[in-house]
Design a protein around this ligand. Structure first.
Ligand code: HXC
Ligand code: NAP
Length: 294
C-alpha cells in the first residue's frame, strides 16, 4: 500500500548498497517511485543492470547500477566519486549490502569470519565514511539508514560474524548520530525480522525443516511483507522526520521479544545436519559467484 504522496522524494539522490536484489531492490524501487534518483551497487554487474532497467522502466526514474565490491575501500571511494560527478551529492545512503550463512561457530575459519565481517562491518563503514566526509565538507544535510537484524539486542547463535558486525553498525549509528548531528546528518537503522528473500533463505533457511515453521514463532503470525519494509525506509529518508536520529527500529512482528528471533533452536542439530546445511549453502554461493567479475 502506498501511504506517501507522489513526488515525496523529488530531488533526493539515494545510494542503496546491495540494491540489485532482495530488500535492497524493494527499497530502491520505493525511492524511485516517489521521485528520487537512485544508485544501486553490488558485485554482479548483470544483476544490477537488470534491476536498474526494471525499476526505471516501471517508475520512469533515473536508476543506475554500479558494480562495486564494498570490501575494497579504494573501489568504494571510486564509486562515490563517480556518483558525485554524475549529478552532485547524494542526499541519502542505505547500508543494505551483506553476507551471511549459518554455521556452528566452532566450524568457522578466520577466512569464514572475514567473509562476513569484511562486507557488513568494514564495507558499510567505508561507504558511510566516503559519503560523510563529502557531506561535512560541503555542509550538506543527509540521511543514512543501515539494515541490521534483531540479533544486535540478544545475540545471533550460529550467525556470530553477522551478529557481531551488525552490532558494530548499530553502535556506528548511535555514535555518528551524535558526532555528525551538528552537520545535519541523520543516521538511523532498521532491524527486520524474517522477510523471505532468495539471498537470505538460501543461506539461512536452506530447508524450512532445519529450524521449524517460522511464522509460528512470530506473534503477528506471519513473516514481513516487502511494502512494510519499504514504507519505513521511505519514512526514514524523508524530510518529515528531520528530528529523528540515532534510532534502530525493529520491524519483526514482535518476534525477537517473544521467541528470540534468532537460530537458538538449531542447537538440536547434529554433525550430519550441519554437513548437509553447509553443502546446501555452498551450492547457493557457487551459483552467485559465477556471476561476479572477480
Ligand atoms: C562455514 C563457510 C560457509 C559455511 C563459506 N564459508 N560458507 N564456513 N560454513 N556455510 C567459508 C569458506 O569455507 C571460506 O573459508 C570463507 O567462508 C570464504 O568463502 P567464499 O565462498 O570464498 O566467500 P565469498 O566468495 O567471499 O562469499 C561471501 C559469502 C557469500 C558471505 C560467503 O555467502 C556471499 O557472497 N553472500 C552475499 C549474499 C548473502 O549472503 N545474502 C544473505 C544476507 S541475509 P576457508 O577458510 O574455508 O577458505 C542476512 C540476515 C538475514 O544477512 C536475517 C534473517 C532473519
Ligand atoms: P540479498 O538479496 O542476498 O542481499 C544482499 C545484497 O548485498 C546482494 O545484492 C549482494 O549483491 C550485495 N553484496 C554482498 N556482498 C557485497 C559486496 N562485497 N559488495 C557489494 N555488494 C554486496 O539478501 P536480503 O535478504 O535482501 O538482505 C538485505 C539486507 O537485509 C542485509 O543487510 C541483511 O542482513 C538484511 N536482513 C535481511 C533479512 C531477511 O529476512 N531477508 C532479515 C534481517 C536483515 P552481490 O552478491 O551481487 O554483491
Amino acid at each position: 500500500m502506498n501511504i506517501f504522496k507522489d513526488g515525496l522524494l523529488k530531488g533526493k539522490r539515494i545510494l542503496v548498497t546491495g540494491g540489485g536484489t532482495g530488500l535492497g531492490e524493494v527499497m530502491a524501487e520505493a525511492y524511485a517511485k516517489l521521485g528520487a534518483g537512485v544508485y544501486i551497487c553490488g558485485r554482479r554487474a548483470s544483476v544490477l543492470d537488470e534491476t536498474a532497467k526494471k525499476i526505471s522502466d516501471a517508475t520512469g526514474a533515473k536508476v543506475k547500477g554500479i558494480a562495486c565490491d564494498i570490501r575494497v575501500a579504494e573501489a568504494v571511494e571510486d564509486m562515490i566519486a563517480q556518483i558525485w560527478v554524475d549529478g552532485g551529492a547524494l542526499t541519502g545512503l542505505v547500508n543494505n549490502a551483506a553476507g551471511n550463512f549459518i554455521s556452528r561457530t566452532k566450524d568457522l575459519s578466520p577466512r569464514g569470519f572475514n567473509a562476513i565481517a569484511d562486507i557488513v562491518f568494514r564495507g558499510s563503514f567505508y561507504v558511510t565514511l566516503a559519503c560523510g566526509k563529502r557531506w561535512i565538507e560541503a555542509g550538506d544535510k543527509a540521511s543514512v539508514i543501515s539494515i541490521l537484524t534483531t540479533w544486535i539486542w540478544n545475540g545471533g547463535p550460529f550467525t556470530v560474524p553477522s551478529a557481531m558486525s551488525k552490532a558494530g553498525l548499530n553502535i556506528m549509528t548511535k555514535s555518528l548520530a551524535t558526532e555528525w548531528g551538528p552537520n545535519g546528518i541523520r543516521l538511523n537503522a532498521i532491524a527486520p525480522g524474517p522477510f523471505p528473500t532468495k539471498g537470505a533463505w538460501e543461506r539461512l533457511n536452506p530447508k524450512a525443516s532445519n529450524r521449524g515453521e517460522t511464522s509460528s514463532t512470530i506473534p503477528m503470525g506471519r513473516v514481513g511483507e516487502m511494502p512494510e519494509l519499504a514504507n519505513l525506509a521511505v519514512f526514514l529518508m524523508s524530510d518529515g522526520c528531520d528530528y529523528l536520529t540515532g534510532q534502530t527500529i525493529a520491524l519483526d512482528g514482535a518476534m525477537h521479544l517473544a521467541s528470540g528471533g534468532n537460530f537458538a533452536a538449531m542447537s538440536a542439530l547434529g554433525d550430519e545436519d550441519w554437513e548437509r546445511i553447509r553443502g546446501e549453502i555452498r551450492s547457493a554461493n557457487d551459483k552467485d559467484k559465477a556471476q561476479r567479475a572477480v
